[in-house]
Ligand binder design. Structure first.
Ligand SMILES: Nc1ncnc2c1ncn2[C@@H]1O[C@H](COP(=O)(O)OP(=O)(O)OP(=O)(O)O)[C@@H](O)[C@H]1O
Ligand SMILES: [Mg+2]
Length: 294
């Protein structure tokens, strides 16, 4: 309970929770902006839920965070209550619009922003087919943004790129732009087969486009400790990825799945619920790892 935000009463009905939240105990700033791509070509494993909730938790910890919604489904925008009707990542990728021009502030957070996935993004991969250096568009767009912010005396602590459930050009752009990859693993059959394929793609990107990118973080999502299967998969991940795994499983929890329909993260929808507490602990673990790496 110590992780619950200071100005949220447990009696407050979740839907009514509004206003800016900060934790009592701030999280450590990384030495440089950490860019995470949240990827898994398997659909519905908790990519978006993890991206937005970890981002929100870090922002509540006093860090400056940007979420780039690179999935044409726009689920990250929905969860953050961000408008998708204007210019968005399509213009950034296809028309070279600076990311700074499309960024929106996320209501209720002091330092959380989102670069929205607009409807047009669904056509971006096709529009990019004949572009020169089409895999590195996002990388240079983010580099420009970071430079622009630095000259304004601002610096992002974290950027999270939420990917669609495929290994197409959007995900390749994300892997080329990031240094770290966060893979949510749902504790189900075939979960690890999907991770192997992702790692193969990652190796190709490392060789051809971005030698720095690496799988730094694995998260167990929608974990149901009562099932044997979930525990078996968790143990397998512990064995194969002992360094990458953040061993704080995110429980399957109804508040987590309800939050997006109220245009909220679970961190604001019900900060005292088990899912929110787990994401807060994961965010803190990520922030602390970032400092250890220095
Ligand atoms: N811990 C959880 N407890 C309950 N429901 C969850 C949890 N995490 C995610 N969900 C729900 O599971 C569904 C899939 O989650 P999410 O959208 O985050 O997956 P995704 O990997 O981003 O999906 P896609 O591949 O379509 O982008 C959503 O309806 C979400 O609300
Ligand atoms: Mg998603």
């Amino acid at each position: 309970m110590s992780e619950a935000p200071t100005n949220v009463s447990h009696e407050t009905p979740p839907k009514a929770v509004i206003g800016i939240r900060r934790l009592k105990e701030a999280m450590p700033h990384p030495a440089q902006t950490r860019i995470f791509t949240v990827a898994n070509q398997k659909g519905g494993v908790g990519k978006t839920t993890s991206a937005v909730n970890i981002a929100a938790a870090l922002a509540m910890g006093g860090l400056k965070v940007l979420v780039i919604d690179l999935d044409p489904q726009g689920n990250a925008c929905t969860a953050l209550g961000v408008d998708r009707s204007g210019a968005g990542m399509f213009e950034v990728l296809v028309e070279e619009a600076p990311i700074a021009t499309i960024i929106q502030k996320v209501a209720g957070f002091p330092d959380l922003e989102c670069a929205p996935a607009n409807q047009e993004l669904a056509g971006a991969e096709v529009s990019m087919v004949n572009m020169v250096a089409r895999e590195t568009v996002l990388k240079f767009a983010i580099a420009d943004l970071l430079e622009n912010r630095l000259t304004m005396g601002q610096r992002y602590d974290y950027i999270f790129i939420d990917c669609p459930p495929s290994l197409g050009l959007l995900t390749i752009n994300a892997l080329t732009a990031a240094e770290e990859v966060l893979v949510p693993v749902q504790c189900e059959y075939y979960s690890l087969e999907g991770v192997s394929l992702l790692i193969e793609t990652l190796r190709k990107v490392q060789r051809a486009l971005n030698p720095k990118v690496h799988l730094s973080t694995i998260l167990l999502t929608m974990f149901d400790s009562r099932t044997r299967l979930a525990n078996d998969v968790a143990n397998e991940v512990r064995t194969h990825f002992p360094r990458e795994l953040i061993d704080i499983p995110i429980p399957r929890a109804v508040r987590v799945s309800e939050a997006p329909s109220f245009k909220q993260t679970v961190m604001t929808y019900d900060a005292a619920s088990p899912g929110a507490i787990a994401y807060m602990q994961v965010a803190r673990a990520i922030a602390e790892r970032g400092v250890e790496q220095i």
